[in-house]
Design a protein around this ligand. Structure first.
Ligand SMILES: C[S@@+](CC[C@H](N)C(=O)[O-])C[C@H]1O[C@@H](n2cnc3c(N)ncnc32)[C@H](O)[C@@H]1O
Length: 255
């Protein structure tokens, strides 16, 4: 069920958005006043923008915005694109989804409500330092750093493009308490943090929990978005009231 909601549902929503946008465009075109004629490129771009807008209403993750926007153009003009464009697209994907194959951790993003719930937990527990292991595009780092100015927030990331974009984002946000480090999460010393957050996949969870047990101080928290540590009962599960009904599994380190 979780696999369906996370991996298939967004793409079904993309199809729905594109279908609705196409239907709206086909309905609108004959109604255009005489003399209003647009080239097919503009019509397809409008259709993509409409689909992206519908996607926002349906709460599709923001990462689908550019996909929705350019999908109609790409489908129709795929053979008109020069060969190097595919190479560039492949390289960008490689640099962004760097850890998908090796670590079996893809890129998907924590939403605003979940980041707010995490910030509330950090405040409630009086955390002074927080790490996002595999910080992606820096959403959590920037949001928590803004919500909790007295918490030192660190993002740990190895996907080169995600690292570069999140560094830029932190610089633009001027959040003095936020940092992004180019480092594998396996090399990060977790003893430095009061709260460690992760949104990874089922694969690394057992190994990560063992690392947390070895390194984290008693009383500190490991918080996993969606993915449980097998056979370990969390101290608490926070249910976030968002579209995907996110669950934050909170594991408290014991002495
Ligand atoms: C599902 S995304 C979560 C992104 C971000 N934490 C968020 O919630 O928005 C997981 C991220 O972990 C990164 N990642 C996976 N394995 C890693 C590793 N060994 N060291 C550092 N980052 C890693 C991936 O590149 C990806 O950006």
């Amino acid at each position: 069920m979780l696999m369906f909601r996370r991996h298939l549902l967004p793409w079904l929503k993309v199809l729905l958005c594109q279908g609705l946008a196409l239907a709206i465009v086909l309905a609108l075109l004959p109604m255009l006043p005489e003399g209003w004629r647009f080239g097919p490129g503009w019509v397809l771009l409008f259709e993509g923008a409409l689909a992206a807008l519908i996607g926002l209403v349906l709460r599709l993750p923001r990462i689908f915005l550019p996909i929705q926007l350019f999908l109609p153009l790409l489908v129709l003009y795929s053979d008109a694109l020069p060969g190097w464009a595919y190479l560039v697209a492949f390289l960008l994907c490689l640099l962004l989804y760097w850890n998908s194959a090796t670590e079996q951790v893809p890129l998907y993003l924590t939403n605003g409500r979940t980041a707010a719930a995490l910030a509330a937990l950090a405040r409630e527990r009086g955390a002074r330092s927080l790490a996002d292991l595999g910080s992606g595009l820096g959403d959590v780092v920037v949001r928590v750093a803004r919500a909790c100015p007295d918490v030192a927030v660190a993002g740990i990331e190895t996907a080169p493009l995600a690292f570069a974009l999140s560094r830029l984002r932190v610089a633009l946000a001027r959040a003095g308490n936020a940092r992004i480090h180019y480092r594998s999460l396996w090399d990060e010393d977790l003893a430095a943090y009061d709260l460690v957050y992760c949104f990874l996949s089922p694969v690394p969870m057992p190994r990560l929990y063992e690392k947390a047990l070895r390194e984290m101080r008693p009383g500190t928290l490991l918080v996993s978005n969606s993915f449980i540590v097998p056979d370990v009962a969390p101290e608490r599960v926070i249910e976030v009231e968002d579209g995907r009904r996110t669950r934050l599994h909170v594991y408290r380190m014991r002495g």
